[in-house]
Ligand binder design. Structure first.
Ligand code: GLY
Length: 558
């Protein structure tokens, strides 16, 4: 039996489930961590306590999230890491999925039209996974423990199971139809006799075995061994194009971060194939031309929304994998930002020339796909990592015997100009499918420096809202000097140019929503705009960690 469920309340597990009051804020002088799941945070904290550094702990947390939060991320997906090492080195690791060698520009078109299902579920949706290779790269350069050491605690959780909380059960409920199409996935996550409920224990034996084999044989098991062989064989049988050679050729990439200054801070972000670093920087550059701190809340939100709109037009046009397409450095130029900012009218929302509002762009994608976590230690290592299998349970494919949920990151390419992806995002040729290319992402792991020292870090889950969540947290911290908790708790907004809509969390006071409408914004109230995690270095030199109050995550420190 590959996986089974026991309805049982185990005292230890309840303590880590979301039946108990989650601890979302923590401080420490030795190390801190924030993730969306108590078990992942605990594994990271244990690694720190056992003498590991923030890189070891972050990799441990990432692997644990692949077990306890596998609908969002896992080794079948990809990740981006922004790392400030204790020696002052700052770098990023790109573990983004790549298009298989047999991929081609029109692979999701049938009779000239994009067929979204093809890029969102099943064999063609899957890019070559990169997360595990990125973890190994991070450990090799800056960890103090081995992959085997940091993966081992997660083997136990996969094998012995963990108690499901309501976040998990809700997300599973929304993916039942997709998972049912793939026997490898339904054998693990669905059980016709007993639909998983809060308090059930999910055991993932195949994933435990895969993790154990990685502990024993390293990356070879995954990229050049039984795992890649099994996936390639399944793909061949089911009309997929992913091969053993695609796996063997996968390489994580170290990339120079995107850097900009914001007021008296330096912002370090993820470069392409993420759009995150560029657009967080571009929007901040625009905002720097306004005195946000002295504005009232409506004017401030108006200026922020307009800056988002102006940045997302550029995203749709210019952004793609910079190894394949020219992404202009001028996007983060301060002079360019001033030119854009001058277009903002403080009294009314501007009209930005449009490619038209595409069909399907009003779908409910403002959820919590993806996950962000962050760890810092007393030596000055800071890791901001965002990882994903794209939408909930990725492609839905789990190749029998592996336990690994395979991503549907191919949907982050522009299948056809003018056709939105699952997040309503448009793209141009810059983000067209090509063999070996990496799909454009919004993931925005960010570290903020003051006088060369890390003082703040943030990242998020939730498609394109990742960019806008990160920048709002930064504005709250730097301009409004708010406590860490408030930086994540405050109601958020989101504008991505198309659809021409200002998404506003319902918690935003009605009079502000009305005032934004009066300025001409098409305000659409929504229950939640993503999930962020953040860290800070406080004035007294203690480290603080914050998990988003919108979910039952966990911040820990010691
Ligand atoms: N898959 C969502 C993103 O990378 O932006």
């Amino acid at each position: 039996m590959r996986a089974f469920v026991i309805t049982a309340f185990c005292l230890l597990s309840i303590a880590y489930g979301d039946q108990h009051q989650p601890v979302r804020h923590a401080t420490g002088t030795n190390g801190v961590v924030a993730t969306v799941h108590p078990l992942a945070s605990k594994i990271a904290l244990d690694i720190l306590k056992e003498g590991g550094n923030a890189v070891d702990a972050a990799v441990g947390a990432g692997l644990a999230l692949g077990v306890v939060d596998g609908f969002n991320s896992g080794i079948g997906g990809g990740c981006f890491m922004v790392i400030h090492a204790s020696n002052g080195e700052i770098f990023t690791i790109d573990g983004r999925e790549t298009a298989p060698a047999a991929a081609h520009r029109d692979m999701f078109l049938r009779e000239g039209k994009a067929v979204s299902d093809l890029s969102r579920k099943g064999p063609l949706a899957v890019g070559v996974p990169g997360a595990l290779a990125a973890y190994a790269e991070a450990l090799e350069g800056h960890g103090s423990k081995t992959l085997a050491q940091v993966i081992t605690p997660s083997v136990a959780i996969a094998r012995d199971g963990f108690v499901l909380g309501k976040d998990y059960v809700r997300r599973l409920g929304g993916a039942v139809e997709k998972l049912r199409e793939f026997p490898g996935a339904s054998a693990i996550f669905l059980n016709d006799a007993h639909a998983l409920q809060v308090g059930d224990r999910l055991i993932q034996i195949d994933l435990a075995n895969t993790y154990e084999s990685v502990a024993k044989d390293g990356l070879d098991h995954f990229y050049r061994g039984p795992l890649s062989k099994a996936v390639a064989a399944w793909m061949k049988e089911h009309g997929g194009i992913l091969t053993e050679t695609d796996f063997a050729n996968y390489q994580p990439k170290r990339r120079a971060p995107v850097r900009t200054t914001y007021r008296d801070h330096e912002i370090i972000g993820m470069p392409p194939p993420s759009s995150g670093g560029i657009h967080v920087a571009q929007i901040l550059n625009m905002l720097e031309t306004f005195d946000l701190a002295s504005m009232d809340e409506t004017d401030r939100l108006h200026v922020i929304a307009e800056s988002m709109k102006l940045a997302f037009v550029d995203r749709a046009h210019w952004l793609g994998d910079a190894d394949f397409t020219k992404v202009p450095k001028g996007l983060i130029d301060k002079v360019y930002a001033k030119t854009l900012a001058r277009r903002i009218d403080l009294n009314k929302a501007i009209d930005v020339p449009t490619h038209g509002t595409p069909d399907g762009s009003d779908s409910d994608w403002f959820g919590k796909h993806t996950t962000h976590f962050c760890v810092a230690d007393k030596a000055g290592n800071w890791v901001a990592c965002t990882q994903t299998v794209n939408t909930t349970y990725g492609s839905g494919v789990v190749v029998p015997g592996t336990g690994v949920v395979l991503n549907n990151e191919m949907d982050d390419f522009a299948a056809q100009p003018g056709v939105p992806n699952a997040f309503g995002l448009l793209g141009s040729d810059a983000n067209a499918v090509a063999p070996g290319k990496r799909p454009l992402s919004s993931m925005s792991p960010t570290i903020v420096l003051k006088d060369g020292k890390p003082v703040f870090s943030v990242g998020a889950a939730g498609g394109p809202t990742i960019i806008t969540q990160a920048l709002q947290a930064i504005v709250r911290r730097i301009d409004l000097k708010q406590p860490l908790t408030q930086c994540l708790k405050a109601p958020r907004i989101h504008h991505q140019w198309r659809p021409n809509q200002l998404r506003v969390e319902r918690a935003m006071p009605q009079e502000i929503q009305d005032a934004l409408k009066a300025k001409g914004h098409m305000v659409a109230a929504t229950s939640g705009l993503g999930v962020s995690q953040a860290l800070s270095l406080e004035a007294d030199d203690t480290l603080a960690a914050q998990s988003d109050p919108r979910v039952n995550g966990s911040a820990l420190g010691f």
